[in-house]
Ligand binder design. Structure first.
Ligand SMILES: [Zn+2]
Length: 128
């Protein structure tokens, strides 16, 4: 199995994957247990794929958010997708995507996904 196919399979099985600090986190274990040896064989490639996806995820969000920033005055709450905050519990209030695995036990208090947090910072840096 290629790393790209493995990534698709993880997601098809309801698994989630993210880079947390320096390590690749995959879960929940019940969804992806049968793939453990594949993870070990493809860990570096999976990390590269996930890293590339993250860069792309931040880039499109930052582009949309930068357009929401006026040249001066107060900066509004930046959102990647209109109406995402209505999507409900367990999803990002900015983009509406389900949260990936987060570090530091902040899951319950986090309103925005990591990509949206980084995108908002980048958008403000660009626009101001
Ligand atoms: Zn988000």
């Amino acid at each position: 199995m290629t790393a790209a196919r493995l990534l698709e399979t993880i997601r098809e099985l309801g698994g989630r994957i993210a880079i947390v600090g320096d390590s690749l986190r995959i879960g929940p274990r019940c969804a992806v247990a049968e793939l453990e040896s594949e993870f070990r064989d493809h860990a570096d490639e999976l990390a590269t794929l996930i890293g590339r996806e993250h860069v792309e995820a931040v880039a499109w969000r930052a582009k949309i958010m930068a357009e929401q920033i006026p040249p001066d005055g107060p900066i509004p709450v930046l959102a990647a997708r209109e109406g995402a905050w209505l999507a409900g519990h367990g999803v990002c209030t900015s983009c509406g995507d389900r949260f990936e695995v987060e570090s530091g036990g902040s899951f319950g208090r986090t309103l925005r996904c990591r990509a949206c947090r980084e995108a908002a910072e980048a958008a403000i840096r660009w626009a101001r």
